[in-house]
Structure formats: C-alpha cells, structure tokens
Ligand binder design. Structure first.
Ligand SMILES: Cc1ncc(COP(=O)(O)O)c(C=O)c1O
Length: 469
C-alpha cells in the first residue's frame, strides 16, 4: 500500500482544509506560482480517498467516473494506483486509451450510443457496456459487438425513482395503489427480459457471446444516506432472481454506480464517508451470501474520489465599493462590494448550476500573515465573461471583509468534481490551469498543466518556504 500520510488521518475536516489552504498559499507564494484562475489538486488527499475505499469496500472494484474529472494528471495518478475507470462516451474511452489504460479496466456507461461511440468500443474494448433497451443491443450487434475476439459484459441500467440522475434506465419499479387505497410498489422484470432475450438471440444467430449479464444503477449524486444503496441492492436481488426463475437468464455482475458523497456534504449532514461505505459494504456482503450464485460487484464513484482533493484559486480583477445596484431585478441599497473574478459560471464555477452549489470563497492576500481586515460587508461576485448570467455570488448572500481590494485572491474548497471538466472556453477568457501537488517531509512538489493536459512547468517548494498561516 502507498503511504497516505498516517499523521493526517487523525485530522478533522476543518484542520485538513486549513492544512490544504496553507499548502496552496505556499505554492502561490513561490517564484513559479501559476497565474489564476487555477485548480490545485492534492494527490495525498486523493490517495487517502482511494485508501478509505479499499479499506471499507474491499470486494467492490471502484471504476472512477471520469466525467467528474478528466484532468490527465489525475487519471494517470489513479492508473498508477490500480484504479479502474468508467467512460460515458467514445470520447472518454479514447482519452483513457491514449493514456495506455486497457479496456479490461473500463466500463462504458452512457446507455445510448452514436456511431462514434460504437467505433470507440470496437477499438478500446471496454470490459462492460451499459444499455437501456433492446434496440441498443441490436445497435451493438450491427456494429459487430460482441465478436469472436471481444466478449464484453452486458449491463442493463435500472431506473430508480429516487435518483436525481434519472435521465436513463429501464423502468422496473412500478408505483401501485392497492385495493385498500394504500400505496405500494411492484417490480416489473419484463423490460429487462426483453433486453437479455435480444442479447441471447444475437449470441445464437452470430455464434458470439457476451461474457456475462448484469445490472447497473445510480442512486443519485452526493448521497449521504446508505438507504438508497440498500434499496438498489434489494432491487437488483428481486429482479435478478426473477429473471433467473422465469427465463433462466443468469445475472451475475452488479454495478452500484456512483453517488457516494464528498466529504464536505458528509460533514454538513453529520456523517462520515467511512461509516457510509461501511454500511453499504455490509449490505453487499449479505447480498453476496444470499444471492445463490457467485457475483461480481463493482461501482462507479466520481465525486467521492476527487471532490475534496481540490481547491480553486481565483483573483479579484477589480473590487469597487457601491451604494446602489439593480441586479437581475433586485435592488441593493446598502453599501456592498462589487467584485469581478477571473473565474466564473462558464469556467470552474459551474457547480452552482450543476450541483446547486453555494460558494463560500475565502479571501486571502499573498505574503501577508494577517487576515484581510475590516467588518464583513455584503458583496456581489461576477465571473470574467461579458455576460450577466456569469454571477458567482448574488447580492446579500455572502460577506467579505471591508479591507478587500483589487488583486486579492480567493480560495474555494471542494472543487475537484464537475469543475475543470465542465469549464468552457466561452468568451475566450483566460483558461484555467490545473496544478497537481504532493508533499514530502522536505518539500511540496507541484506540476502545472494546461486544461488540455500539457505540462507547463514542474517545481518544488522547500519546507522552509511553506506557509505556516
Ligand atoms: C453513469 C454514471 N456513473 C457514475 C457517475 C458518477 O457519479 P458521482 O460523481 O455522483 O459519484 C455518474 C454521474 O453522473 C454517471 O452518470
């Protein structure tokens, strides 16, 4: 096992964030500091997330959903740690393939495919492919998948009424009203039977075979309660046994999807990631022992692995004091600061739309040991584009110190998932950089990347230059 910094395991959430902030500040104060906007990933924190998963979910192979973060350095680091991957599209498959990651380590999960996706599947040969209809199985067959050299596992995505990612899935859970007027639920295995019977007839017709059949599901992102995973397992169990009993179709691979919360949300809801994983794992072990035949269980965590491993740093390009403003119909009369940042909705800060995220940017000043002074005053923060939708903080939502001035910086925590990956080039504003760093006894070692993954620079910050505040 790799060293994940045992001393840091005892830290509570606030302490660990503060240490992370100190490291970021030290890098920003070094001679080779990158310009902003910039997202700093701490590889030691990433290792801790991997280690925690392996400790609590030892029999469940995590396939990192690269839609959460496709920064090349992060993918390479995970690959070195033996992590498998979830590619949604042909584009993501090709990216993983370019990094030398074999198909046997990849599941492909977007259940509706274009010709380009099918092409990429033929080239990269992911271990498992998710579908949501018999038509998609026919599409695969017409593209020559499976064939005599390639037998992927076929997974059917099951729709879950409680998931906030219900764009896809086979509807198998049916809400009913009983004769006594009470609400109840039934399971309908027939749409799944159509999918697997179609697969079987293709296997017979073309003398090919799928390696196995299975189910996939996604309980919804940032889930802090184990109950939806327990329900997912219960659903898999009922539907799998029913398919076997009625049609003789064996379902042996179960993909629990993503959704495992980040640490920030775990703290907010008063749970720990360790406890969440532990409860899910116990239910998985029970499932294994009761299912009646050997099963493989995998998962597709995205946010869980990367969200808390990153801090974004953005600069206040201009700070002005205002006494009146009319912002999107809301009139603001009290004194407030108008702050124009170099990062915004169209770049790393899209989470306010994607995740209903409310940012709490922490102001700081380089080479200053004291906090920015002054009483907290209301503010409005705008992103860098020439577009009024690009608003990061609405009026009256957040306060900053009165002493804040142009060129002061902000840090935003929990910025590793659905940030760099959703950033656009809208308005051709300054592209954000990605910095990966890790810490040794003597120094911080950092690598700066462009958004496309080219290395810009590598440098070290010796320990005597590491900020202590
Ligand atoms: C198919 C699939 N798997 C995994 C994930 C990762 O989800 P999360 O980041 O919530 O773990 C997603 C996210 O939307 C997804 O669509």
């Amino acid at each position: 096992m790799f060293d994940t910094g045992q001393a840091h395991k005892a830290e509570n959430y606030q302490q660990s964030i503060q240490r992370f902030q100190r490291d970021v500040k030290s890098i920003m104060e070094s001679d080779e500091a990158p310009s902003t906007p910039c997202v700093f990933f701490d590889l030691d924190r990433l290792d801790q997330q991997i280690e925690l998963w392996r400790e609590e979910m030892p029999g469940i192979e995590p396939h990192f959903a690269i839609k959460a973060c496709d920064a090349v350095g992060i993918l390479q680091h995970m690959h070195r740690r033996g992590i498998s991957f979830d590619a949604a599209t042909g584009g993501e498959l090709d990216l993983l393939s370019r990094l030398g990651i074999e198909g046997s380590k990849i599941v492909m999960t977007h259940p509706i495919r274009s010709d380009e996706d099918l092409d990429a599947i033929r080239r990269c040969r992911p271990m498992a492919i998710v579908v949501q209809s018999a038509d998609e199985v026919i599409k695969l067959a017409e593209a020559g998948i499976p064939n005599s050299d390639y037998s992927p596992v076929l997974l059917a995505r099951v729709a879950l009424p409680y998931s906030n990612l219900n764009k896809f899935g086979v509807p198998c859970i049916v809400p009913l009203v009983g004769e006594d007027g009470r609400a109840t639920t039934a399971f309908d295995y027939r749409p799944l039977r159509r999918i697997f019977e179609t697969a079987r007839s293709i296997e017979q017709q073309f003398s090919v075979r799928f390696q196995a059949y299975g189910f996939a599901g996604h309980v919804g992102t940032n889930t802090t309660s184990a109950s939806h995973y327990l329900h997912l397992l219960g659903t898999f169990r009922v539907l799998g046994l029913e398919l076997k009993r009625r049609s003789g179709i064996p379902i042996t691979l179960f993909d629990l999807g993503g959704g495992y919360c980040d640490r920030m949300h775990a703290e907010r809801d008063g749970i720990t990631q360790r406890d969440l994983l532990n409860v899910i794992n116990q239910a998985v072990e029970k499932f294994r022992s009761e299912y009646g035949e050997p099963v493989t269980i995998i998962a597709e965590p995205g946010r869980y692995l990367v969200a808390d491993t990153a801090i974004a740093v953005t600069r206040a390009k201009v700070v002005t004091d205002a006494h009146f403003g009319a912002i999107n119909g809301a009139e603001v009369y009290e004194m407030h600061k108008v702050i124009h940042l170099d990062d915004g909705v169209y770049s790393n800060l899209m989470g306010q739309i994607h995740d209903s995220r409310k940012y709490r940017p922490i102001p700081f000043r380089l080479r200053s040991s004291v906090e920015i002074s002054g009483t907290p005053v209301p503010c409005v923060m705008w992103g860098p584009t020439c577009d009024s939708f690009d608003r990061v903080i609405p009026p009256d939502d957040y306060r900053v110190p009165q002493g804040l001035v142009t060129n002061d910086l902000f840090m935003i925590e929990c910025m590793g998932a659905y940030t760099t990956v959703t950033a656009t080039e809208f308005n051709r504003t300054q592209a954000s950089k990605v910095v990966l760093f890790s810490r040794t006894e003597q120094k911080i070692e950092a690598t700066v990347y462009t958004p496309r993954g080219e290395v810009v620079s590598r440098f070290k910050v010796p320990n005597d230059k590491v900020s202590s505040n």
